[in-house]
Design a protein around this ligand. Structure first.
Ligand SMILES: C[S@@+](CC[C@H](N)C(=O)[O-])C[C@H]1O[C@@H](n2cnc3c(N)ncnc32)[C@H](O)[C@@H]1O
Length: 206
């Protein structure tokens, strides 16, 4: 994990943000699912938010308790500068999700293309411990990962691909699956990358 911050920060320093493989013009699935299951004053966190447009779309919709957590200082600063026109500003956390500490419990935890980089079982369990600790009872976990038919690596890093069986087995009885869908994400270079989206609800009451 020691070089992971440098790795990601160099990506955002050196690449055109509209040309990175995960770039989206609009985070259509995430946005639609979030606005369908949450209220505008719910606490929503986007983990590994990068420079995603999802924040702008939720702020435009009137969301008032948005938090953005991201490892790369360059990505956080870029997002902060872009969002400065909003009065309903998000909370920014420039840190590693594996070290995250919070006084807040969230109604919805969004992760697109971050969890799948955790190839180490210990890191996955740390992440899932944070998720369970900081998600409200009945709160939602909206996760997007590469599908088994998708890439095996991204940005030079290995990933773990997930389908519904694998993710529900990993999350166990603390979460129930609400819905899932597949997406062929258009890479800026013209190819596509297969993603799976999972909407899960925390079942435990702590
Ligand atoms: C593939 S990008 C996806 C960005 C964004 N979620 C999106 O959909 O546009 C992965 C992001 O996760 C961030 N990241 C990777 N590992 C992280 C960690 N352990 N904690 C916080 N952020 C992390 C990276 O800096 C990068 O911005």
């Amino acid at each position: 994990m020691t070089n992971i911050l440098t790795h990601w920060d160099e990506v955002y320093q050196n690449k055109d943000h509209a040309q990175v493989s995960w770039h989206q013009e609009h985070s259509a699935i995430s946005f639609d699912w979030i606005i369908n299951i949450t209220h505008k004053d719910d606490a929503v966190i986007d983990v590994g938010s990068g420079v995603s447009i999802l924040a702008d779309n939720l702020l435009d919709k009137g969301y008032t308790h948005l938090s953005l957590l991201e490892l790369s200082p360059t990505a956080i600063q870029t997002t902060q500068a872009r969002l400065k026109k909003y009065t309903n500003k998000p909370n920014f956390y420039n840190e590693n999700i594996l070290d995250f500490q919070s006084n807040t419990q969230y109604d919805l935890w969004h992760d697109r293309a971050v969890f799948h980089f955790l190839t180490d079982e210990k890191d996955r369990q740390t992440y899932l411990g944070k998720l369970k600790q900081y998600l409200k009872p009945q709160g939602y976990f909206l996760l997007a990962t590469f599908a088994p038919t998708g890439p095996k690596e991204c940005s030079g890093l290995n990933v773990v691909q997930y389908d519904v069986d694998k993710i529900t087995r990993l999350l166990g009885a603390d979460f129930k699956l609400i819905k899932t869908t597949a997406e062929a994400h258009p890479h800026p270079n013209g190819s596509t990358q297969n993603f799976n989206y999972f909407l899960l609800q925390k079942t435990s009451d702590q």
